[in-house]
Design a protein around this ligand. Structure first.
Ligand SMILES: [Zn+2]
Length: 109
């Protein structure tokens, strides 16, 4: 991660938590309520201080972001479906080759 200046809420510019001095972690939310919003959180289990980095989005940006998220999720589902189908086709092909070889040798005997 490149050096970034953070000065939001309880977080210092050097990216350390003010409460416990732990090194903050930068994350991005992918929930439908806050899609694409960056936030920093203290990794310390006792502290868990938290702050948003980005200002709230306008309604239009939110609509577009949610639509993009839905499209991405649908594409991931389609990829999983196609991978399952590919696996099934490879299994069928392998089975056919085994049966073909068995049939070939049984005719020669
Ligand atoms: Zn902390």
């Amino acid at each position: 991660m490149s050096s970034m200046e953070i000065n939001v809420g309880n977080f210092l510019e050097d990216n350390r938590c003010v409460v416990c001095s732990g090194r903050n972690e930068l994350h991005m939310s992918w929930t439908p309520l806050d899609p694409g919003m960056r936030f920093v959180v203290c990794p310390n289990d006792q502290c868990k201080d938290f702050a948003w980095l980005d200002p709230p989005m306008c309604d239009r940006a939110m609509q577009i972001m949610l639509r993009l998220l839905r499209m991405r999720n649908n594409m991931e589902k389609e990829i999983l479906t196609r991978k399952k189908r590919e696996r099934m086709l490879w299994t069928t092909l392998g089975t056919n080759w085994v049966l073909f070889v068995i049939l070939l040798f049984s005719q020669k005997m």
